[in-house]
Design a protein around this ligand. Structure first.
Ligand code: PLP
Length: 457
């Protein structure tokens, strides 16, 4: 490429998230220049269907004039203000009110942050503070799940359950963070074990872990309703019902991480509704603003809020907040986003098109010799590639079979993502149509055929 090309300048200057920089120095970046609906275009003009909505987030696609106008209007009126020491502004008030109205269970208040990681860290600090305020300072341990993804800051990264990531950063940061098993029936169940029996076993494990640690030390359980980055893992039947019974018994709070599932992704407004979860705290981000601008939110129920309010008198005001908490421009964009969701019936659309996507993925790929499991719900799915269909054995990670499929898909005009165990993710913009789903799946099919030929050689 020419010396001043984007690729050369990128290699020279950009430190990328989650990128092998040695390989990157040779291969260079895929530079995306513009977007249109569910499609993006690179700097050479090549078109791609974004099967992952970027990072599970661009729910309304890659162009939406109403969101642009909402940002522009707000920037002209009041480009910045904050919420510290009881300051406020209308976009923050409007958005908080809309979220409380739409919450899956009665919620009391909304706190704003800028990312999913910050929102989860905030939830941890709310819980630790609340338990101090409630006079039970030992109740601080946080339980996450292996393969759960909750972010990358020190606390949220400690709740995330990816041992490889933990190892490189010496996480979890303290023994306050504990992990229980992944609720993935395909890999975790014993031979012949039903989903219900598997769920019972996982709930018993959780109960044992809490008993072992001492219920008086365990504060909260964090879970994505359906796991995303861990490989789109839909919990086995009755799982959350049984888990919640255990948590209730030990007075352990439930934090629903709805960063991916929120706003229709699983075919209900919230993943909590899809799976019968009654969260004490709900965290959302990504589709909250259709990802046009960064913003995240933490909703708390009245019990948690009262502890935060009471604490001001006894242990000092809850000392937490970001400069950009509730920033008026992303908040105005989020307000407009939620209005668009209502107008387009995002839930009905995701349910209908999601049903079509789930059915078509299975019809097209379930019998393929490289495909072990196709799983998902609504407009989120994964296709897991295996070396042995009968035993569910995965390929050696060093063979990079998933990333190779992602690269071939790129050639066919689809951007998709290889996750743990060569699980290929599908989480397209929620506005995708059935015809676009068919086009995306046809392109992935051609890539899978090419991969099959490569692996036979
Ligand atoms: N929680 C979940 C479920 C996520 O999927 C993510 C990001 O993918 C996060 C938290 C972290 O969000 P962020 O990358 O905005 O910090």
């Amino acid at each position: 490429p020419p010396r001043n090309s984007n690729a050369v300048r990128d290699i020279a200057n950009v430190l990328h998230p989650y990128t092998d920089h040695r390989a990157h120095a040779v291969n260079g970046p895929l530079v995306i220049s513009r977007g249109e609906g569910v499609r993006v275009f690179d700097d050479q003009g090549k078109e791609y269907i974004e099967a992952m909505a970027g990072l599970w987030c661009a729910s309304l696609g890659f162009d939406n004039k109403r969101l642009v106008d909402a940002a522009y209007r707000q920037m002209q009126k009041l480009p910045f203000y904050h919420g510290f020491t009881a300051k406020s502004h209308e976009p923050m008030i409007d958005l908080a009110e809309m979220l409380i109205e739409r919450a899956p269970v009665p919620m009391s208040k909304v706190f704003f942050a800028n990312s999913g990681s910050e929102a989860n860290d905030t939830a941890v600090k709310m819980i630790w503070y609340a338990n101090n305020a409630m006079g039970r300072p030992d109740k601080k341990k946080i339980i996450g799940r292996l393969k759960g993804y909750h972010g990358i800051t020190i606390a949220s990264g400690s709740i995330t359950g990816l041992p490889a990531n933990h190892k490189m950063f010496d996480l979890p940061v303290s023994d306050r963070f504990i992990h229980v098993s992944t609720p993935h029936h395909y890999h975790g169940a014993n031979p012949g074990e039903s989903e219900e029996d598997f769920a019972t076993r996982l709930a018993e494990e959780l109960d044992q872990v809490i008993q072992r640690e001492g219920p008086e030390t365990v504060a909260a359980f964090f879970a994505e309703p359906a796991m995303g980055a861990g490989g789109v893992i839909v919990p086995p039947a009755t799982y959350f019902e049984k888990v919640q019974a255990v948590l209730k018994k030990h007075d352990v709070l439930f934090v629903a991480d709805e960063v991916i599932c929120g706003f229709g992704r699983t075919g209900s407004y919230w993943g909590s509704q899809t799976f019968g979860i009654t969260p004490d705290i709900l965290v959302c981000a990504k589709a909250l603003s259709a990802s046009f601008l960064p913003i995240s939110a933490v909703m708390v129920n009245d019990r948690v809020f009262q502890a935060l309010a009471d604490g001001s008198a006894t242990i000092g005001t809850w000392g937490h907040g970001f400069t950009y908490s509730g920033h008026p421009v992303p908040a105005a964009v989020a307000v407009e986003t939620l209005k668009i969701y209502d107008e387009m019936d995002i839930v009905g659309h995701a349910k209908r098109v999601g049903g079509h996507m789930q059915k078509t993925l299975r019809a097209r790929f379930a019998d393929h010799p490289l495909v072990g499991e196709i799983r998902g719900i609504g407009l989120v799915a994964a296709m897991e590639l295996v070396a042995d269909k009968a035993t569910h054995r995965n390929f050696d990670p060093g063979a990079k079979v998933g990333p190779r499929l992602a690269k071939l898909a790129e050639g066919e005009g689809v951007i998709m993502r290889a996750m743990v165990n060569d699980s290929m993710g599908f989480s397209p913009p929620l506005i995708i149509t059935e015809a676009e789903v068919d086009e995306m799946i046809a392109r992935v099919g051609r890539a899978l055929d090419a991969l099959t030929v490569q692996l036979r050689r």
